[in-house]
Design a protein around this ligand. Structure first.
Ligand SMILES: *Cc1c(COP(=O)(O)O)cnc(C)c1O
Length: 424
């Protein structure tokens, strides 16, 4: 495929980019293909979910109690289980009425956007961010305004930018914590400031916490709903990431508003109206949720966290050794590291897309170009893969970068630099 084709067909969604890169594998390469493209560790044996979850499904089947249609929003025991699970980290209790069960966290985001969209309104989204939310906003004619996350400040929200881009038609801001693609984990203080800013602007905070509790550094996971007395929060989550079962399609949308700042009946009515006409998680899966959330032991969580932490350490150390790659911040959570390419050090690569395309062709390795998550000339690397693939893939990345590095002369300047000197 020629470069011209690439330029006109540059894919922008994560899925499109990964499939596009896959099509460019070199069939003559007999090494196994490796993908650091998606964040889905569930296909690796070391990340198999807990037997508690597997047994919960089997029991739900055998009980014959979950063969009927579920009521809109989910069956009560499942909603109660989610409310209790999230309330463990809060000084107040969520009620089952605050919880709506959805087909994964993605549907929770979609429903939230649909409920909030109205003519003329806008929503504030982080850059870099998670492109699906953007797509839902576009489909629902909700204007998108982006604020930057600041790599040099641990990918914190640029709150001045949030204030600058918001106006009386702004309805909400979105945060993703722990961060995809940034791998950041926000401190209590930063979340508190986000809440204060949103309150001042009179907007809601939508908190995508699908990576909740998946943290490896010194910062603990703090849920945004802890600040819901300051500003109403809509929490989005699922069992997909912490339990490594994204294929089960069970997520939630939770309205966190202990001070009663929201008109909850209105919100409940519009969410229910949308959910009536939407697909919903199978009753069987809903039936397994109380067991999964209540019975999963700390052993399982510790095991996955330990594997991920070890992977992260290796990933961070190896990436640091590569001159054309800059990591502003060691990730502290989720599945990803966001790194910047120094294109000046590369000979024949114009941008992140070309980097990833050549990497797929030459090394059968997929890495996500940053442009798909809003930052051109960055890369998103997942470390949530099996250890041997991680080591192998990082080795391939290193040799690729060495092969494409600009060649320096003995004086330390490049051939191009010397030409410039001659012209002077
Ligand atoms: C994976 C992911 C989702 C989707 O979660 P599902 O439960 O699989 O729908 C949503 N938001 C972010 C930031 C994610 O990384």
């Amino acid at each position: 495929m020629g470069t011209n084709v690439l330029k006109t067909e540059t894919p922008t969604s994560i899925d499109d980019a990964v499939y596009f890169l896959k099509e460019n594998f070199n069939e003559g390469d007999h090494r196994p293909a490796i993908s650091f493209g998606f964040g889905d560790p569930s296909c690796f044996e070391c990340f198999r979910t807990t037997p508690i979850a597997e047994d919960a499904i089997v029991e739900a089947v055998r009980s014959a109690k979950f063969n009927s249609y579920a009521p809109t929003g989910g069956i009560l025991p499942a909603r109660r289980a989610v409310a209790d699970y999230l309330s463990r980290d809060l000084p107040y209790r969520l009620s089952p009425d605050d919880v709506y069960l959805t087909l994964g966290c993605n549907q929770a985001a979609e429903i939230t956007i649909k409920v909030l969209a109205r003519p003329g309104a806008n929503i504030l989204l982080p850059r870099p961010g998670y492109p699906d939310v953007e797509t839902y906003a576009i489909f629902n004619n909700l204007e998108i305004r982006q604020f930057d996350l600041l790599p040099e400040r641990g990918w914190e929200v640029d709150l001045d930018a949030v204030e600058a881009i918001s106006d009386e038609n702004t309805i909400a801001m979105v945060i993703i914590n722990p961060g995809n693609p940034s791998g950041s984990v926000y401190t209590y203080n930063h979340l508190n400031k986000i809440a204060e800013t949103a309150r001042k602007l009179g907007i809601l905070v939508i908190a995508d916490e699908v990576y909740g509790h998946l943290v490896y550094g010194s910062s603990p996971f703090v849920p945004m709903s802890l600040f819901a007395t300051i500003v109403p929060v809509i929490t989005l989550g699922s069992v997909s990431k912490r339990w490594m079962i994204p294929g089960w399609g069970l997520g939630w949308l939770v309205t966190c508003d202990p001070s009663g700042l929201l008109r909850k009946d209105e919100i409940a009515e519009s969410i229910n109206k949308l959910l009536v006409y939407s697909p919903f998680p199978p009753t069987l899966i809903q039936g397994s949720i109380p067991q999964i959330l209540e019975k999963t032991t700390q052993d399982f969580f510790s095991k996955t966290i330990n594997i991920l932490r070890k992977n992260l350490d290796i990933c961070y150390d190896k990436l640091k050794e590569i001159p054309c790659i800059m990591i502003p911040q060691k990730p502290e959570g989720a599945f990803f590291a966001m790194v910047k390419l120094n294109l000046l050090l590369l000979e024949d690569i114009e941008d992140d897309m070309e980097f990833c395309l050549k990497l797929a062709k030459e090394e059968s390795l997929i890495i996500l170009p940053g442009v798909t998550v809003g930052l051109k000339n960055w890369l998103r690397v997942t470390f949530a893969v099996e250890y041997s693939s991680l080591e192998d893939g990082l080795g391939r990345l290193k040799s690729f970068c060495q092969r494409h590095a600009k060649k320096y002369s003995l004086t330390g300047s490049t051939a191009a630099d010397q030409q410039i000197h001659v012209e002077h």
